[in-house]
Design a protein around this ligand. Structure first.
Ligand code: CUA
Length: 195
């Protein structure tokens, strides 16, 4: 009969207990795998942020966000719905913490509508439920989305990019009216106020 070792470290391991060297080897392998994945993700973040710049998916058109109010396409007098010579509608909106300007826009049904948006501060989102309208609104860029409303009604347009503490309150409306009830003023513009 062989002599039993006296130190507990030298005793053979019971069934189901993994030896220390095997545990250490497995941990090292997982650490290496994790480090490789982390480095890979950092490379992807850096590469995509330098090569593919951040802008609305619809359109790459730059604009100076600090001087929007001073003139040009997004001056206050130019915001809202305008009817183009071809009969289509163009809606210009500014998204800012925490509202869309104007807060409500009116558009005719059965008419091509083009939304042009930009942000005065941070990244916002623009979404009309049950339509194809869904875009980011990034400061420094103009987002453009085209659609057509088949039915009259009122759409809520929530901001869907987290933009700060008031994000959840950032909501505006699009009121779609029948074509023959859509009456722009002499400048071809329409307000959403009750008439
Ligand atoms: Cu604007 Cu969220």
């Amino acid at each position: 009969m062989a002599e039993q070792p006296t130190s507990p470290m030298l005793l053979p391991l019971a069934d189901g207990i993994v030896p220390q060297e095997v545990v250490a080897r497995t941990e090292k392998r997982w650490l290496t795998a994790m480090t490789v994945v982390l480095i890979l993700m950092m490379v992807v973040v850096v590469l995509t942020s330098t090569v593919g710049a951040l802008h609305p998916a619809s359109n790459v058109e730059v604009i100076q966000p600090l001087t929007l109010h001073l003139g040009g396409e997004f001056a206050e007098s130019n915001l809202g719905t305008a009817i183009e010579p071809d009969g289509s509608a163009t809606v210009r909106l500014i998204a800012e913490q925490y509202d869309f300007v104007p807060h409500c826009v009116q558009v005719p049904a059965q008419t091509p509508v083009k939304f042009r948006l930009t942000s005065a501060d941070v990244v916002h989102g623009f979404l009309l439920p049950n339509t194809n309208v869904n875009t980011m609104v990034v400061p420094g860029f103009v987002a453009e989305v085209r659609t057509q409303f088949r039915q009259v009604g009122e759409y809520n347009m929530p901001c869907h990019e987290f933009c700060g503490l008031g994000h959840s309150q950032m909501l505006a409306r699009v009121r779609v009216v029948p074509r023959d009830q859509f009456r722009p003023d002499s400048q071809g513009r329409v307000s959403c106020d009750p008439q």
